[in-house]
Ligand binder design. Structure first.
Ligand code: URA
Length: 237
């Protein structure tokens, strides 16, 4: 059934009708890959692909929430035209159209949430909700206190200052140091760029938690379904 685009967005829980109109006006909404800014455009959510801020909008499907331990070498996407391994290759028997909430680089492993709940995905991704993401970064050499303090204060990256990060040294071996770092932004290759900026490039990177939702002992390539309490813990500091 065809309905007005703003109504479809509102029904899917993406935003209020008024906010949905703003998103459309700002060019944040695509239908079948094309930006639609014309208010009142009629669409069929059953057959057309609707995206808001790059995230698919789903309406009536049962909501599914998964925590996957993404292994290195898998792309955080649901489709790769070049046929490389993608994270959804690791999931078995899931019919809902789930997609990753944010990305981990090809060479990063660790906690990756997948869902078809657009509202939750927007909430997690929007910096205003300040969802903490914690990483273990093995970095080259031994970053001293001053350098880590610079990350804690915030440093300039691509012309913008990063929000303060929490850092803690976990382990030092002869040529590298493992640092636990918590940030709540999600800029591209942010953790790698932050350590590059202080002269200690990342050798290995693993996301270990979203808020208080921890990866725990989940092995690479394995996943689990999340409970309501798990979802709540994402927003706990
Ligand atoms: N920061 C990075 O540099 N890479 C990731 O995959 C995630 C955060």
């Amino acid at each position: 059934m065809r309905e007005r685009l703003q109504k479809v967005l509102a029904k899917a829980g993406i935003a209020s009708r008024r906010r949905a109109e703003e998103l459309i006006r700002q060019g944040k909404v695509r239908v079948d890959g094309l930006v639609v800014t014309e208010m009142g455009t009629r669409v069929d959510p059953e057959t057309q692909k609707i995206e808001c801020n790059g995230i698919p909008v789903t309406s009536e499907e049962k909501k599914v929430y998964i925590l996957l331990h993404k292994p290195v070498g898998y792309l955080s996407t649901v489709d790769d035209p070049q046929g490389r391994p993608i994270v959804t290759d690791l999931l078995v028997g899931i019919k809902e159209r789930i997609y990753p909430v944010g990305r981990l680089d090809l060479d990063t492993e660790g906690a990756l949430l997948l869902t078809n709940d657009g509202e939750l995905a927007q909430k997690i991704l929007h910096p205003s909700h300040e969802v903490n993401k914690t990483y273990e970064a093995e970095v080259k050499g031994r970053p001293g206190k001053k350098k880590l303090a610079a990350l804690s204060k915030g440093i300039m990256l691509d012309g913008n200052k990063t929000w303060p990060a929490d850092t803690e040294i976990i382990k030092t071996v002869s040529r590298s140091t493992t640092v636990r770092i918590t940030i709540h932004e999600g800029r591209k290759r942010q953790v790698r760029k932050m350590f590059d900026a202080i002269g200690h490039p990342v050798l290995k990177l693993k996301r270990i938690a979203y808020g208080q939702l921890e990866l725990g002992s989940l092995e690479p390539g394995k996943y689990r379904f999340l409970s309501l309490d798990d979802l709540k813990s994402i927003f706990n500091k």
